[in-house]
Write a new protein. Sequence first.
Length: 190
Amino acid sequence: MKVSYVRGGFIAFAVASSLTVAGCGADAEPKPAGKSSATTQPAQQPPATQPDVPAEEPAEVLLVAKGQKGLELAINSAERDAGGFLTVKGRLKNTSDTAIALPSQMRGDETEVVKHGNSLGGATLVDGIGKKRYYVLRDTDGRPLTTSALDSLGPGKSTAVFMQFPAPPATTTEVSFQLPTFEPATLKLS
């Protein structure tokens, strides 16, 4: 009984000591003499603002597909990976001044995809030269490998989206991107 008390007391002492040391660590760094806190503040600001910039304004736009009622889909990347897949990423945006219910046609009309709710499961890539159409991949339960649970977008709002397809052959450098209710657009592949 006495051993448990000593062991428990030691643990409590160790935890209290580590909290005390951690609490004191923030002030342990000496402040340079002659410099005001205003000179150190700008160095702290950029990390807070930098993460938002890439999410809102991607560096490159490969294509912009125009949809109904002010919807736009900007594709920012189309990357092949070693597994034989092509992952397409972009932003779906409402450019109108009213909220838009996203059209259910975007999910396509295949029974397996429809039962999993709104998505971009109706997207396809068409290789005109190779005369082949590529559909969004599905998992073993029939869910499309794409952004799902898409209901509506407020005025001026956007959301990040992705779609995964089987990769066309490496010799295919261009496909037609098609999504129901959107105009077809040419997507260049690298």
